[in-house]
Unconditional design. Structure first.
Length: 312
């Protein structure tokens, strides 16, 4: 058994409270995300993420989440799936509260960098953006424009495929990054040349979509099993050990085949930053939550979502 509603045998999968109430909650962290979007008395919930099982539920259930830098939290005695990728993930409805919850969970880890006035570089990867969903892309771009306004900088367009082909760090045998990462598990180039993981003078972040958001009904037959390519955006943070914040940026209308009326589907963006690779190691987890909050505010996007059918 896996993790979609039709794959649950001995228990019923949680219901996604958003939209028509019959959208799939997505992936194995779905109960944690569905609960935070359902119950006002919950401030935070805890789940897990290997290659998307925390970030996808945050997107589908319309809430915030953070996948921490790999290694910043101990996973001792945690029953995992793939130790190199497994990390706890935290869900919440108010991004402004993450700045207080993160130090509490991380126990003031010496690896944790605090927000500062250091320069920020925003990477906008053409390999993942725009998506095939024009409405989704517009909403993500509105968030990025908010970040640009808040930080008084402009995004930097980047093509990972072109950078890889130019640099060919693995030699001419693997000149196509999508072919290499179809089975590859590490990407030193992304750390060294893109995220600048050893730099303490500048914070580099990259904007990513979760998926090309569209209605995904809970009774839909799950896709056949297959390996997730290392080139998929969901594998960027696990492979590079980077923190990733997922944030709802708005919703889009669709006609539900369940309620036969217009409903609103949550749309989210993800932002990843450099992991702790320098000496001493400094992780950008707190910086990410601070930047996401600034981008949302400057873009006129709510920094807090409600429970229930609608986020706003």
């Amino acid at each position: 058994m896996r993790e979609e509603p039709l794959e649950c045998v001995e228990s019923t999968a949680p219901f996604n409270p958003r939209a028509d109430g019959y959208q799939g909650p997505s992936e194995s962290g779905h109960a944690s995300a569905a609960s935070i979007s359902s119950y006002d008395w919950l401030d935070f919930s805890l789940g897990s993420d290997t290659n998307g099982s925390g970030r996808k539920p945050a997107s589908y259930n319309g809430c915030f989440s953070i996948r921490p830098s790999t290694g910043i939290l101990s996973t001792k005695r945690v029953v995992g799936y793939f130790p190199q990728f497994d990390m706890p993930v935290f869900f919440g409805r108010d991004i402004s509260r993450f700045s207080k919850s993160i130090p509490a969970w991380y126990r003031d880890s010496p690896m944790l960098r605090v927000p500062s006035q250091s320069p920020v570089k925003i990477l906008y990867p053409s390999n993942y953006l725009p998506t095939t969903n024009e409405a989704q892309t517009r909403l993500i771009d509105a968030f990025v424009s908010g970040l640009e306004a808040a930080l008084q900088i402009e995004r930097t367009a980047i093509s990972l495929a072109e950078l890889w082909a130019k640099d060919c760090p693995d030699g001419p045998v693997h000149g196509d990054i999508s072919v290499y990462l179809d089975t590859g598990t590490t990407l030193a180039m992304l750390l060294d040349k893109v995220l600048k993981a050893d730099s303490k003078g500048c914070t580099t972040i990259m904007i990513l979509p979760i998926e090309a958001d569209q209605p995904n009904y809970r009774e839909a037959e799950p896709p056949s099993y297959g390996l997730l390519s290392g080139y998929a955006s969901l594998n960027m943070s696990p492979m590079t050990r980077s923190p990733e914040v997922t944030a709802p940026v708005s919703d889009i209308p669709y006609i539900s085949r369940v309620t036969h009326r217009e409903e609103r589907l949550p749309i989210a963006v993800s932002v990843i930053g450099a992991p702790g690779m320098a000496t001493p190691a400094y992780c950008t987890d707190l910086i990410l939550t601070d930047l996401v909050e600034k981008g949302l505010k400057a873009g006129g996007i709510e920094t807090r979502v409600k429970t229930g059918r609608s986020m706003y």
